[in-house]
Structure formats: structure tokens, C-alpha cells
Design a protein around this ligand. Structure first.
Ligand SMILES: Nc1nc2c(ncn2[C@@H]2O[C@H](COP(=O)(O)OP(=O)(O)OP(=O)(O)O)[C@@H](O)[C@H]2O)c(=O)[nH]1
Ligand SMILES: [Mg+2]
Length: 400
């Protein structure tokens, strides 16, 4: 996952950093330059920027040396000329106030200005205008990789807060952008994590219901979870509550047979809630740790099937309702998770088919949009292809 986003993000960050580094002074530090202008006007004209651009490292070095020389000159002057405090008291009193303060003030102003200039040559102060320009670059890449608009806004706000008007040391622009981006993305996963194995210690039987649109990977993911629980010595039972799609019961039966797990099933067309109810009843009387309910795929716009799943939830009152979404469908997956949460309420998300998703925008966005944690990602079609998910995995995979 994130293969394409990682590659594009890397090149965008370095492009953006270069843009900042190549920005003209008035673009990178408007405020400072304006202040400096008034002092510069009183000084002899310096070599023009165009000429200096030819040899950048040399130009920077000689600029630095020039500025240091200016500071030294001011310091020398200060040492040579007696300061106003050193002047005899009498003389001081005879001079009008304005005349005494003027040279000292001017010197101080010059010193400050040179120091500021030196600082601005060694660091950048990104203006809002420049930020907007450089963020465009990042925004396009995030959009292309299925990151939700709302999430892009959050990232933009964070970057703006940390970059605009802040002194960023030269050569550290790229590092700074990466750091802010990393923090911003990590903060998108604030939803409290859910650990199924831990929950089995608190409730018996733990009832887990899998929901989602058609073909999103519900049954396969259910089988992966069943396998994981079995490996952890949990007694599992499955309810074949997809009585709607042809061959759905047969498909789930193949998995339970392979895994050596009990399946509770009725006929096709039977009440899905009744199948789940029977499975829970059986689990209670057979010392079973977990009941996994397989449900039919449905779009939130299908009123009948939405009514059916609402009824199933009312009857079984599951401890966990897991939305299984296809990572590759990006913004569609985000929108489906949002509407399922709104319509029936979900507790956690599993993103299937992460192995074929090079973008990863859904993984970055869906938790922030729904406020629910992504607990696993599916990384293939075998039982072992289930990976625990956390924000560290995201930032690492993105090379941040
Ligand atoms: N590559 C890959 N394929 C997956 C993954 N999870 C599921 N699949 C495949 O996706 C297809 C659909 O999976 P199912 O588990 O049948 O999906 P479903 O949501 O139960 O489908 P319906 O019951 O028809 O709504 C199958 O071919 C699975 O093998 C995954 O993590 N990676
Ligand atoms: Mg299914």
C-alpha cells in the first residue's frame, strides 16, 4: 500500500523545498525585506542579484562574508567613537536631545538590520503567498491518491500553522515539511484502538458482525479473523446470515470446513437476523468465545437490505460491528463507511485488498472521517494475509 503516494509525495516534497529555497527574498520573507529596505537605501548599491545567481554556493558565501564584515565594521566604529555615555556630562547636557540620540539609534538600527539580514540569508520565512503556491503541488498529489478533501484541509491547516511566518533554517526546509506532514497524518488516527482478542476476555460470547457493500471482502475477512482467533485458542462459531446472495452460504461453509469451525445456517431467503440469533444461542450453550456473523453485501441506498441489517443489529445487539471496505475504491470506500456508520453504526473498520492499492488515500482518510479505528488491513486472499493497522505503519510506508 502507499507505493504510488510514497513516490509522488517524495518528489513533491523535494520539489516544494526547492521552490522555497529558490524563492526570492520578498517571497520568502516579506516582512524582513521591507524593514531592511529603508536601511539599504542609505548604503552603496550592491551587486545585482542576476549576476550573483550564476554561482550559488560562492554567492551565498560571499554574501555571508559581506554581512559579517558589515557587522565587524559597525563594531569597530563603536569601539573607535566614544559612546554617548562616555561623553563628558557637561557636553552632553549642552547638546540638544535629538542630536545625541540620532547617531546611536541609527547605529543600533543598522546593526539590527544587518543581523536580521544575516539571519534571513541563513533561514527562510515562508510567506502565506508562497505557501499557497507550494501547497497546490501537494494537494494535487493527495487528491490523485484518494485522500479525502476534508483530510487534505486538515493537513493544509497543520502545514500552514507550522510553516508560514516561521524561520526555517536553510537546508532544513525538506526535513521540516516531512516532520509536519508526519505529525499531521499521525494525528488523523485519534480514534481509540480496538483489540478483538482483548475483548474476548471481557465478553463471552463476543458477537462480531461484518458489514459492507457487495464484494468488499466481508466473508474472506471473517474467515481470516476466525483463523486468527482459532490460532489464539478461541472457540469460534460462524452465522451464515447472508441468505440473500446465491452461493453465499456455500462460500462461507467452505471456509468453516477448512478451518474446522461450526457453522449455523438456514436456507437461502431465510431471515438473516434469525440465523444470527440461533448462532448466539448455540454459542451460549456450547462454551463458545466468539460468534462471527457473515452478512450480505448492500449499498446504503438499498432500503430493504438496510432495513434487514438494522433488524439484525436490533436482534443480536453485536459487541462489534466491523465495516469491511475495499481500500482500492478510495473515496467511495470512505463515503460508504461514513453512510454505514450514519445508518446502522459501526465500531471499527477493516480495509481489504490493501495489497492491490498503491494509493492508500482511504487508509489515510477513513478513520478521521468516521471517527472509528482501522483495526486490520487485508493484504491478500489467504488466511494469514491480515495485518494489524496503526498510524506508525502509515507514516513509515509513506517514507515520513
Ligand atoms: N487481493 C485481495 N483480495 C481479497 C482480499 N480480501 C478479499 N479478497 C477477494 O475479494 C473477493 C470478494 O471477497 P468476498 O469475501 O467474497 O467479499 P464479500 O464482501 O463477502 O462479497 P459479497 O458477499 O458478495 O458481498 C474474493 O475474490 C476475495 O478473494 C484482500 O485482502 N486482498
Ligand atoms: Mg460474502
Amino acid at each position: 500500500m502507499f507505493k504510488s503516494l510514497k513516490k509522488k509525495l517524495k518528489s513533491a516534497i523535494s520539489k516544494v523545498s526547492k521552490k522555497v529555497e529558490e524563492s526570492k527574498p520578498e517571497e520568502s520573507s516579506e516582512g524582513l525585506e521591507k524593514k531592511e529596505k529603508s536601511v539599504e537605501e542609505t548604503k552603496p548599491e550592491k551587486p545585482k542579484e542576476k549576476k550573483l545567481k550564476k554561482d550559488k554556493p560562492k554567492q551565498e558565501k560571499s554574501k555571508k562574508a559581506e554581512l559579517i564584515k558589515e557587522i565587524d565594521e559597525i563594531k569597530d566604529k563603536e569601539a573607535e567613537e566614544p559612546s554617548e555615555e562616555k561623553q563628558p556630562e557637561k557636553e552632553k547636557q549642552t547638546q540638544p536631545e535629538k542630536q545625541i540620540q540620532k547617531p546611536a539609534e541609527k547605529k543600533e538600527q543598522q546593526k539590527k538590520s544587518v543581523l536580521k539580514k544575516l539571519k534571513s540569508k541563513l533561514s527562510y520565512n515562508i510567506s502565506e503567498k508562497l505557501f499557497e503556491q507550494i501547497f497546490d503541488e501537494l494537494e494535487i498529489i493527495l487528491l490523485e491518491n484518494n485522500v479525502a478533501l476534508k483530510v487534505i484541509d486538515v493537513i493544509k491547516k497543520d502545514l500552514k500553522k507550522e510553516l508560514v511566518g516561521k524561520q526555517i533554517p536553510r537546508k532544513k526546509v525538506e526535513l521540516k515539511i516531512k516532520k509536519v506532514l508526519k505529525n499531521s497524518i499521525q494525528n488523523l488516527f485519534e480514534a481509540e484502538d480496538i483489540n478483538i482478542l482483548e475483548l474476548t476476555k471481557q465478553k463471552k460470547p463476543l458477537v462480531v458482525c461484518f458489514v459492507g457493500v457487495n464484494g468488499s471482502g466481508k466473508t474472506t475477512t471473517l474467515a481470516k479473523i476466525a483463523s486468527m482467533l482459532k490460532q489464539n485458542n478461541k472457540k469460534v462459531i460462524v452465522a451464515a446470515s447472508d441468505t440473500f446472495r446465491a452461493a453465499a452460504i456455500q462460500q462461507v461453509q467452505e471456509h468453516t470446513d477448512k478451518l474446522g469451525i461450526k457453522l449455523i445456517k438456514h436456507d437461502y431467503g431465510a431471515d438473516a437476523a434469525a440465523v444470527a440469533y440461533d448462532a448466539i444461542k448455540y454459542a451460549k450453550s456450547h462454551d463458545t468465545d466468539v460468534v462471527l456473523i457473515d452478512t450480505a453485501g448492500r449499498l446504503h441506498s438499498n432500503k430493504n437490505l438496510m432495513q434487514e441489517i438494522k433488524k439484525l443489529k436490533r436482534v443480536t445487539n453485536p459487541d462489534l460491528t466491523i465495516f469491511v471496505g475495499e481500500s482500492i475504491t478510495g473515496n467511495d470506500c470512505i463515503e460508504q463507511a461514513r453512510t454505514f456508520n450514519q445508518e446502522i453504526g459501526i465500531d471499527a473498520i477493516i480495509l481489504s485488498k490493501a495489497d492491490i492499492d498503491e494509493k492508500g488515500g482511504a487508509a489515510i482518510s477513513v478513520s478521521h472521517i468516521t471517527g472509528k479505528p482501522i483495526i486490520f488491513i487485508g493484504t491478500g486472499q489467504e488466511y494469514k494475509d491480515l495485518k494489524e493497522f496503526n498510524s506508525e505503519l502509515v507514516v513509515k510506508s509513506l517514507g515520513l
